[in-house]
Design a protein around this ligand. Structure first.
Ligand code: BGC
Length: 245
């Protein structure tokens, strides 16, 4: 079936219709810079513009970089605080007139990777970690998601892990790959000790450069780069929204 997938990020809001049977985009993705300030009103308006761009009149799956339960946003680590308590799903539905499912961005990327990417045909406990502005996490047990795990916020050296091991931290502190890989390794060892996963999938833009850091990791669990890269959010959001039909 065809579902419009939309991925709300800190710098861009991207969308494309998705063939959910194949896990592929049906049309070229459309990107609009995230409005500043990224208040609920401004962001929902852009989501509406993306639906209009595709002349969309069907189900929509949409990601958001925070905790989302039953369509309501519950946290705001890297977005405006105004989002906390906002019924984002309902607002998109009202703006577009389309049935909508809103979910956490890493959870969406996880759906895409587990069904069509690096976690395809793998069972057991799979942990997807997206390393971008923050660190997003998605935990799957035999294909079933435990939503909103928020493992970018476990403490490492008295700060949120994402402040030390995200790609933003690497860039902001101008860390060498070696130094950053050490921090990432420390983080993965911690997560490994808590969850004993069977597989780590590393997503986010930095996964393109996996050869710079994966060989330096000492973690025992198998670690692989994500396959769907920057389309994972769009595809995963569409997969999650299939349940609406
Ligand atoms: C947020 C998560 C999100 C992750 C990646 C974190 O700061 O708390 O909800 O999945 O960033 O965007």
């Amino acid at each position: 079936m065809e579902v419009l997938g939309i991925d709300i990020g800190g710098s861009g809001i991207k969308g494309a219709p998705v063939d959910t049977n194949k896990g592929t985009l049906i049309a070229e993705r459309h990107r609009i810079p995230t409005p500043q300030p990224s208040t609920p009103e401004n962001v929902i308006e852009v989501v509406g513009q993306i639906a209009t761009h595709f002349d969309w009149n069907g189900p929509i799956g949409c990601t958001f970089p925070a905790v989302v339960k039953r369509g309501v946003v519950y946290s705001a680590a890297n977005v405006e605080d105004e989002w906390i308590g906002t019924p984002g799903q309902q607002m998109i539905q009202e703006r577009t007139g389309c049935p909508t499912f809103l979910l956490n961005d890493a959870d969406a990327a996880g759906y895409a990777e587990v069904q069509f990417g690096a976690g395809k045909d793998r069972d057991g406990v799979i942990m997807i970690l997206t390393l971008g502005t923050g660190i997003g996490s998605a935990l799957f047990v035999d294909g079933i998601l435990v939503p909103n795990t928020e493992l970018g916020h476990v403490y490492l050296h008295d700060v949120d892990a994402e402040e030390r091991a995200s790609n933003r931290a690497r860039e902001a502190e101008d860390l060498s790959w070696k130094k950053w890989a050490k921090r990432l390794d420390e983080y993965l060892l911690h997560i490994e000790s808590l969850f004993s996963p069977d597989l780590f999938i590393i997503g986010g833009g930095v996964s393109k450069k996996h050869e710079k850091f994966l060989p330096r990791l000492t973690v025992k669990t198998e670690v692989v780069p994500a396959k769907l890269r920057n389309e994972a959010g769009i595809i995963g959001a569409a997969l999650a929204a299939q349940s609406l039909v």
